[in-house]
Design a protein around this ligand. Structure first.
Ligand SMILES: Cc1cc2nc3c(=O)[nH]c(=O)nc-3n(C[C@H](O)[C@H](O)[C@H](O)COP(=O)(O)OP(=O)(O)OC[C@H]3O[C@@H](n4cnc5c(N)ncnc54)[C@H](O)[C@@H]3O)c2cc1C
Length: 265
């Protein structure tokens, strides 16, 4: 249980508080079912961390922005896949406190927004006491020592087909939870791009698989779908080797992959 809450007013103050308080952990809305440390640092008072800036092609979102703040942009101003994922989380009271930073950086099982943010190729901006740097969520593993997340940049991708599904319980996060995301862009009867992502006990995304589909003629035949699903399963199984995943969850991923490509037949 948190015994002492510290409040940072600027990113630099946050870095200093973390440096001077060994073991202190950043918290957002404290709605995660984490084992919180005795000492925590709130980012609620850091102005830059609590607002959304809309650019022409992407959104810059502070890590302290709540899920409701994002939803309040409205369906027409958010990628559909993200909008659906946000709406699927908990209830309006929790979403009023829960932050996007907490959703991305919760430990253990990946949370609901992770697969959609991977499909959108969101970028994570970090800062240390001496530099700022950026990393794609697709390659992100964990926050480096001495770094803090300062923003999430979310591309406003315009997709022709957008599919988000939760795997596991409808509410909350457990070891049975995962999220699935699929985006496709079509141009003149052929596939321009495909994004297929999964996040739960581990994350899955294969650039090689996605690239193999670029230029594929549409509509897909049943034979095409079977071949594509086999390729996707091979890529997924490769990533899943030595990972803890139930046969049921694996099968759900395969079923959702088939369902997604069948929408292109
Ligand atoms: C009833 C209920 C239902 C829920 N349903 C869902 C659901 O369906 N899907 C889902 O994804 N989640 C769900 N959650 C979990 C949680 O509400 C969300 O994941 C939420 O987005 C977590 O954000 P938070 O700000 O509350 O994180 P916190 O609880 O404050 O933090 C969670 C973890 O992230 C770390 N953290 C938070 N912010 C930062 C930061 N800026 N930098 C570094 N580390 C940070 C904290 O140290 C902690 O380890 C549910 C929770 C409840 C209580």
């Amino acid at each position: 249980m948190i015994k002492q809450m510290l409040y940072a007013k600027t990113p630099n103050e946050l870095l200093t508080l973390l440096k001077n308080n060994q073991g202190a952990q950043i918290v957002g809305g404290c709605t995660g079912n984490e084992d919180f440390p005795k000492k925590a640092v709130s980012i609620k008072q850091i102005k830059d961390f609590n607002h959304i800036t809309r650019h022409e092609r992407f959104l810059t979102v502070g890590p302290g922005v709540t899920l409701n703040q994002l939803l309040s942009l409205g369906q027409n101003h958010l990628p559909q896949i993200l909008y659906e994922a946000l709406l699927s989380i908990a209830n309006p009271i929790i979403r009023n406190m829960a932050t996007i930073g907490g959703n991305i950086l919760s430990s253990g099982q990946k949370h609901t927004l992770y697969a959609p943010l991977m499909a959108l190729d969101a970028k994570l901006d970090f800062k240390t006491s001496s530099e700022s740097y950026s990393e794609s969520i697709l390659s992100f593993k964990s926050v480096a020592q001495g770094s803090i997340l300062t923003a999430i940049r979310i591309p406003l991708l315009d997709s022709d087909l957008s599919i988000f599904r939760r795997i596991g319980p409808d509410q909350g996060i457990s070891e049975l939870s995962a999220s699935f995301a699929f985006l496709a862009k079509i141009e003149k009867n052929s596939l321009l791009s495909v994004r297929l992502t999964f996040a739960g006990p581990f994350t899955f995304h294969s650039k090689e698989f996605e690239n193999s589909l670029v230029g594929k003629r549409l509509p897909l035949s049943q034979k095409d779908v079977s071949q594509i699903c086999e390729d996707a399963a091979n890529a997924f199984n490769k990533t899943a080797t030595d990972k803890m995943i139930s046969d049921v969850m694996k099968q759900q991923f395969f079923n959702l992959t088939r369902y997604s490509f069948e929408q292109l037949t």
